[in-house]
Design a protein around this ligand. Sequence first.
Ligand code: ADP
Ligand code: ASP
Ligand code: MG
Length: 425
Amino acid sequence: MALIVQKYGGTSVGDTERMKNVARRCLAAQKAGHDVVVVVSAMSGETNRLLKLVAQITDRPNEREQDVIVATGEQVSIGLVALAIQAQGGEAVSFLGHQVRIVTDSTFSKARIKSIDAQPIRAALAKKQIVVVAGFQGVDETGSVTTLGRGGSDTTGVALAAALNADACEIYTDVDGVYTTDPNVCPAARKLDRITYEEMLELASLGAKVLQIRSVEFAMKYKVPLWVKSSFTEDPGTLVCEEDASMEDVLVRGVAYDRNEAKITVVGVPDQPGAAAKLFGALDAKHIVVDLIVQNLSRDGRTDVTFTVAKADFAKAHDVVKLAAQEVGATGVEVDDTIAKVSIVGVGMRNHSGVAARMFQTLSQEGINIQLISTSEIKTSCVIHTKYTELAVRALHTAFGLDAPPPVKDHPTVSENDALHGQKA
Ligand code: ADP
Ligand code: ASP
Ligand code: MG
């Protein structure tokens, strides 16, 4: 008997019929002899709807109050899914974040989990109940409701799996697993049987929203076997796991894109010690995460500093930077929210040269101008104009040999995944 945490995303609980489907899957896992904890998201579109209501009141919302509002979507889902399980003859109990003491810090809208009290869940499991927990939400030390950032139910799922020492965490979504790139953007994308934690972490942080970054961090840290599967098919999905030697053979595992960033340039920054520290210190004080940073060569004692932030932080970052720029004596601030970041990721890049050059060449062949570049051991990212996103993703996917081969008939093959499943059983 195993303890399994299953997380169902917004599309998987998008209407009551789909919730009944979730209930059937949970009951089937229980019938197979497992203890089942289910984490659910808000119904698809609900979190966006709630955020729009907030925006109708103010464009600079108090983040504590915003979290009170956006956390409500998951409350509806847990109640309905628990009812659906009961309606099918099962036993289920629902819990909000605070009821299982998912304690977070107080960084509203992107809080980090500090601890979880597994006891109420264990007590319910001992009574053979299926435990349905609200994703995305927690509570801080003072009792305020917090949320974990967009896509945060993934993190609730993996964190619960870690806290409960679960045998597996299964993330159910609207695609069959992790693909070489977003299958909704690139029809030639291929489903991966396995991907390393490290590659998944990079893909997630570079925009592949199939898993929230923090969920992969948790899985990697606590070695949670993490599966990504579809809630609509029986496909075995993708296993996110530790690297083994064979996984380095692949140069580029995937391509990611992110249209959720904006670019800010501080123009004419005096080229002297402390200027960058002041600019980025001011952003940090407001918990604004900065991604790429580029500083131009200095001319006449002044330089330009360009960086990117999440679009959600753009307005706040702009306000902060305008003030900080004045303080350091810069001449101006320019902004651009029509950018996209495209990235290639693969552990094989560690041991091979020329990958970045091939990426730049591919983009240039498509006539795409590169605005910013960033590299690390296993990834290269380029910021381009947002209108070229799909073109860039597809061109890179082809250039790095990731396109799915045309289907070969009459030659059925045994996938690597079947073998993996055999080992795990
Ligand atoms: P959920 O609501 O279930 O959490 P999300 O919309 O957050 O689902 O994540 C699933 C989506 O992630 C897919 O529909 C797909 O468009 C997108 N996606 C982006 N990159 C990838 C990738 N490499 N593999 C699979 N899906 C991806
Ligand atoms: N409902 C939240 C969101 O839309 C959390 C999640 O779905 O994971 O971001
Ligand atoms: Mg998601």
